[in-house]
Design a protein around this ligand. Sequence first.
Ligand code: SF4
Length: 164
Amino acid sequence: MIQDGRSGKVILLSHCILNMNAVCEGSTTPSHHPAIVNEILDLIQAHQTGVIQLPCPEQEMYGLDRKARTKEFYDNEEFRLHCHALAVKVVQQIEEYKRKGYGVVGFIGRMGSPTCNVEGNPGIFVEELSKELQVRGLKLRMLSFDWRKISECLLELRKTLSQR
Ligand code: SF4
């Protein structure tokens, strides 16, 4: 890693954690977090960790004024290919950081999203991301953001950020 004072640590966030304007219609999260999930960002900043904001797969393909849909709706060939292409680029970035000695501390997805859910039934993008990580033999810690369980998320995040 280049030694010029940089922290040497990054974390990947689902796009909407830093920009709630991208979520689908009907989500309750923006009423609690209109733009940025400040609690998450503050904690990350306190641990001197850089942020890689991932693209929003749904917004890129279906636009900003899309309705809330099920995973079954999104599980079509076109959207899978789109998510796969994004996942390949993301994993290439992860690989580059790791190869150069940076810590890639994890990824925070979004609970209940048909695309970015991490826990239980993974979303389409998370499935494609996991497959691509496996292909390249990389491991990535995955955490979950849910505004109803923000304290649990922050607890996990604090542990994760403190590990390196
Ligand atoms: S697709 Fe992912 S990044 Fe986009 S709004 Fe949904 S959870 Fe957020």
